[in-house]
Ligand binder design. Structure first.
Ligand SMILES: Cc1ncc(COP(=O)(O)O)c(C=O)c1O
Length: 392
C-alpha cells in the first residue's frame, strides 16, 4: 500500500500537480514570514482581520489561565464547558436559529450532519462546486449523491425530480470557496419548499462577511430557519479562530447530539478557543466598519483588475479568483508574484477541474488600499503564459 501511495505521489509530481507544505515562521496582520522573507499575503481566510485581534487573544489567554488548555474529553463526557454553551447561544442568536452545536472543524460538522440526517435510501443533491467535505459527507452517509451544474436551479430541480419518492437533502455552499460567488439561495429555498426537500447551506465563507450584521449569505438572501433548516458555518475564517457549528431547530440539534458521530466521538474544542470565538462573534456583529472596509477593498481590486483586463470571476465576496486555466500558468503566476513579495495561492486540479486553475486571491479588512495597489501593480507585470498566449 505504501508503495502504491508512493507511485500515486510521484504521478502527481510528473503531472506537476504535487502539493507542497510551506511553513510560515511568523504572521502579523496580512504580512507573513516564510523562508526568512516577509511577504504580503492574499491567501488567508481571515476576512475581517480578527485572527490577531487583541480582544480575542486576551479572551483566549484569560480562559487558558482559568481553565487550562484541553477540554479533557468529548462534549457528552465532561468536555462541554460553560464557554462552549455560551458560544452556542451567541451563534444561535446571531444566525436567528433556535439552537447551535459546536464541532471541532467544519469538515467534521458537515460529515456529522449529513451522516446523521441521511439514510442509504435517501438522495443528496449537491452543487458541482460544493466543498469536498459536503461531498464526503453524503458519501459517508451512503445516500445517493446527485450533482447539478454550478448554481443551476433548473438542473437541481431535475435531480430532485429524478427520485421523487426519496427523502432529499439539497446541500450547497453559501459562498463558493474557490469561485467566491454566492449560491442562488432564494431560488433553491423555493425549489426545496416545492419539492419537499431539506436545504442545507455551508456558509463557511459567508458568515461575518455578508448580511447586515454579518449573519451570512442566508440572512443576506432574506431567508430564515424555516427556509434553510440546516445551516453550517465555520469559526476559522472570518471569525479568526478555529472550529465550526451547525445551527437550526431544537429537533435538528438534539438529533445531532445523538447521532452525529464526528460530534459524539471526539474531544471538544479547547474552552479557550470557544471563549475567543465568542469575543469574535461580538466584534463581527458590532464592528460593521470591518465589512465596509472589506467591501471597499474588494471594489478597489475589481476596478483595478478590470482596468488591467485581468480575467476576473463574477464574485462579490472576499474571494476574488483570477482564472488562468492551465495549472502550470497558475503556478508560474504565483511564483512571479512571490518574487515580487506577494503570497497568493495557485489552485490547481484536483481542487478545481482541469483547465480551471486559478490564483485564489483573498482580501481582508486587515489589508489597506496600498496593499491592493501593490497587488495590482504586480499583476500588471504578469507575463502571458507561453502555452496559451492568454489574456494575462
Ligand atoms: C465551504 C467550506 N466548508 C467547510 C470547510 C471546512 O472547514 P474547516 O476548515 O473548519 O474544517 C471549508 C474550508 O476549510 C470550506 O471552504
Amino acid at each position: 500500500m505504501l508503495h502504491r501511495l508512493a507511485i500515486q505521489t510521484s504521478g502527481r509530481e510528473h503531472a506537476r500537480l504535487r502539493r507542497r507544505l510551506r511553513t510560515i515562521e511568523h504572521a502579523e496582520g496580512p504580512w507573513l514570514e516564510s523562508g526568512g522573507r516577509r511577504l504580503l499575503g492574499f491567501c488567508s481566510n481571515d476576512y475581517l482581520g480578527l485572527a490577531q485581534h487583541p480582544q480575542l487573544i486576551a479572551a483566549l489567554k484569560r480562559t487558558a489561565d482559568d481553565e487550562g488548555v484541553g477540554s479533557g474529553s468529548a462534549h457528552l463526557i465532561c468536555g462541554h464547558r460553560r464557554e462552549h454553551a455560551q458560544l452556542e447561544e451567541a451563534l444561535a442568536e446571531w444566525t436567528g436559529r433556535e439552537r447551535a452545536l459546536l464541532f471541532s472543524t467544519g469538515y467534521m460538522a458537515n460529515l456529522g450532519t449529513m451522516q446523521a440526517l441521511l439514510a442509504r435510501e435517501d438522495v443528496c443533491v449537491q452543487d458541482k462546486l460544493n466543498h469536498a467535505c459536503l461531498l464526503d459527507g453524503s458519501r459517508l452517509a451512503g445516500a445517493e449523491l446527485k450533482r447539478y451544474s454550478h448554481a443551476d436551479v433548473e438542473a437541481a430541480a431535475r435531480q430532485l425530480r429524478s427520485r421523487p419518492q426519496a427523502a432529499a437533502l439539497l446541500a450547497t455552499d453559501g459562498v463558493f470557496s474557490m469561485d467566491g460567488d454566492v449560491a442562488p439561495l432564494a431560488a433553491l429555498a423555493a425549489l426545496c419548499a416545492r419539492e419537499h426537500a431539506t436545504l442545507m447551506v455551508d456558509d463557511a465563507h459567508g458568515l461575518g462577511v455578508l448580511g447586515a450584521d454579518g449573519a451570512g449569505s442566508v440572512r443576506a438572501a432574506g431567508l430564515g430557519q424555516h427556509d434553510v433548516p440546516v445551516l453550517m458555518a465555520t469559526l476559522g475564517k472570518a471569525l479568526g479562530g478555529s472550529g465550526a457549528f451547525v445551527a437550526g431547530s431544537a429537533t435538528l440539534i438534539d438529533g445531532l447530539v445523538q447521532f452525529a458521530r464526528p460530534y459524539v466521538y471526539t474531544t471538544a474544542m479547547p474552552p479557550a478557543l470557544a471563549a475567543a470565538a465568542g469575543t469574535a462573534v461580538a466584534i463581527a456583529r458590532n464592528e460593521n466598519w470591518r465589512r465596509e472596509k472589506l467591501q471597499a477593498l474588494i471594489a478597489r481590486f475589481r476596478t483595478g483588475a478590470a482596468q488591467l483586463g485581468l480575467p476576473l470571476m463574477d464574485s462579490p465576496s472576499a474571494i476574488q479568483p483570477l482564472q488562468l486555466g492551465d495549472a502550470q500558468a497558475a503556478l508560474e503566476a504565483a511564483q512571479w508574484l512571490e518574487q515580487r513579495g506577494l503570497l497568493v495561492t495557485a489552485i490547481r486540479p484536483p481542487t478545481v477541474s482541469q483547465g480551471q486553475a486559478r490564483l485564489r486571491i483573498t482580501l481582508s479588512a486587515a489589508h489597506e488600499d496600498e496593499h491592493v495597489d501593490q497587488l495590482l501593480d504586480a499583476l500588471a507585470t504578469l507575463p502571458k503564459p507561453a502555452a496559451t498566449g492568454g489574456p494575462v
